[in-house]
Design a protein around this ligand. Structure first.
Ligand SMILES: [Zn+2]
Length: 470
């Protein structure tokens, strides 16, 4: 008997072959975009290889360094399928970022100290401590307690993290405290001693759990860890950065062009979800706070207008997940009542938005991005059954509009990348197809950094193994 996972991989191989042809013809055109600085940077810093200390050059060349392929050479790791067991080792790197107090009372945050481009690496941070399949964080707790006993600097770093969501009164540490290449001469007389309960609280508030993946996006377990400097990065439902886990190392990329003093933010939850769903996860399930980002404030202001759609969406979503999983893994032929009803809701939502003339294009994108799964459920079930052939083609214009909304709402997201590659294999118009491939490669840069063109093509091709719904 063939397992469900094997089946989905077989099915994805068919799509992959088509997307491979598609992406393969386009590479040279994109080479210039992918790394406009490559010729300059490679000749200026040919000696920088993985593991080279970056600190001394950082002050002068940090911007250029981020563009060098050799600086963080992830090519082989990506080309061979992003297997966490073969992840390269990194040195910590702090790019042009600083810690500062937020102007609106949220506490502390990370800000870029100069203009940066989408795909620039902002931070490379090894786990302070990590453990595997450690549901209650007990192994991680033991490891952290051992580290803190031996290192005054680690103790100071650790205690600078928040122990609850009330951060207003906490001191703002210098970013250099976290730069291990700078000698530490801290005055530790005021550093508090070890407290079991405080260690537990800090781990609870700041730790992160991520999937371990084998080639083909197969989940192989979970990693729990604490990453110190990234703990200062705040949540936003329209984030500016993307996060990539490579082994026990976290890399943060600018997911859009940013101006000096812009805040570096990430999503703590699935930000391609409607307001009520995000509120539920952020407030109850995960983090215990209410997001007041610009997108949340706007969506709150029009929630009454879409309340009926929102409630029905919430009621149907879990069932739709089951339906999409069934067709993606078993080629189950349905019917798909939840996906069908969600598709009707999506049309109703678009009609509603069209009637609200006062909304800006960005505001409409935020709403559509949040309800993207209402469209995707039906599109994907139809698509997986026909290998993205004719039956789903009549939805081209809506689908292409949705990709635009998704990339604007949450730049640098795996779901948008996978959707745009699948869509590129399905659309009729070659000009549209080319635009979608370009868009997919741009999303790749935001997600994975300024990698080589052949690496980006491989990442885009492989993205179809990820079902852009789950
Ligand atoms: Zn928000």
């Amino acid at each position: 008997m063939i397992s469900g996972r094997k089946l989905v991989l077989q099915r994805m191989q068919q799509v992959l072959r088509r997307s491979s042809l598609l992406l393969g013809t386009w590479g040279p055109v994109n080479a210039e975009f992918v790394n406009p600085c490559s010729s300059i940077c490679s000749s200026r810093f040919p000696f920088f290889a993985l593991g080279t200390s970056l600190h001394h050059e950082r002050a002068h060349h940090s911007r250029s360094l981020q563009s060098i392929f050799d600086f963080v050479d992830l090519s082989e790791y990506f080309i061979t399928g992003s297997d966490y067991r073969r992840a390269p080792k990194f040195q910590n790197y702090i790019g042009p970022v600083r810690i500062d107090r937020t102007p609106d009372g949220r506490g502390r945050g990370l800000y870029v100290s100069q203009d940066v481009e989408a795909g620039d690496i902002l931070i490379i941070n090894n786990a302070f401590a990590a453990s595997y399949n450690d549901i209650h964080n007990s192994q991680m707790h033991e490891r952290i307690a051992a580290i803190l006993k031996d290192s005054p600097r680690a103790l100071r770093q650790f205690y600078s993290l928040a122990a609850d969501t009330q951060q207003e009164k906490l001191a703002v540490p210098e970013v250099e405290l976290f730069d291990d290449s700078i000698p530490y001469h801290g005055d530790d007389s005021s550093t508090p001693g070890l407290s079991e309960s405080k260690i537990r609280k800090i781990i609870q508030v700041n730790s992160f759990s991520g999937k371990l993946t084998l080639p083909g996006h197969q989940e192989a377990g979970r990693i729990n860890g604490l990453w110190l400097l990234p703990s200062f990065i705040n949540h936003s439902c329209c984030p500016t950065a993307s996060r990539l886990l490579v082994g026990e190392t976290m890399l943060f990329m600018a997911a859009q062009n940013m101006k000096a003093n812009d805040e570096l933010t990430i999503c703590y939850t699935d930000c391609m979800a409607p307001l009520r769903k995000r509120e539920e996860v952020l407030g109850i399930t995960c983090c215990g706070f209410r997001c007041r980002c610009e997108r949340c404030e706007f969506e709150q202001s029009i929630q009454k207008e879409v309340e009926d759609i929102s409630e029905r969406y919430q009621a149907l979503y879990d069932k739709a997940v089951e339906e999409v999983t069934a067709v993606a893994t078993r080629r189950d032929k349905g019917p798909y009542p939840a996906c069908r009803e969600l598709a009707v809701l999506f049309v109703k939502l678009r009609t509603k938005l069209d009637s609200m003339k006062e909304l800006t294009k960005l505001q409409k994108h935020w709403i559509l991005g949040g309800y993207s799964c209402a469209f995707l459920g039906n599109w994907l079930t139809t698509g997986y059954m026909s290998d993205f052939g004719p039956p789903c083609r009549h939805l081209d214009s809506t689908a292409i509009g949705l990709v635009e909304a998704m990339k604007v709402t949450v730049p640098g997201m795996q779901r948008t990348l996978s959707f745009s590659v699948l869509l590129a294999t399905a659309v009729k118009e070659s000009a549209e197809r080319l635009r979608l491939v370009e868009l997919a490669l741009n999303e790749c840069v935001k997600l994975y950094g300024k990698q080589r063109p052949d690496v980006l093509r491989k990442l885009a091709q492989d993205s179809v193994q990820y079902v852009p719904f789950l």
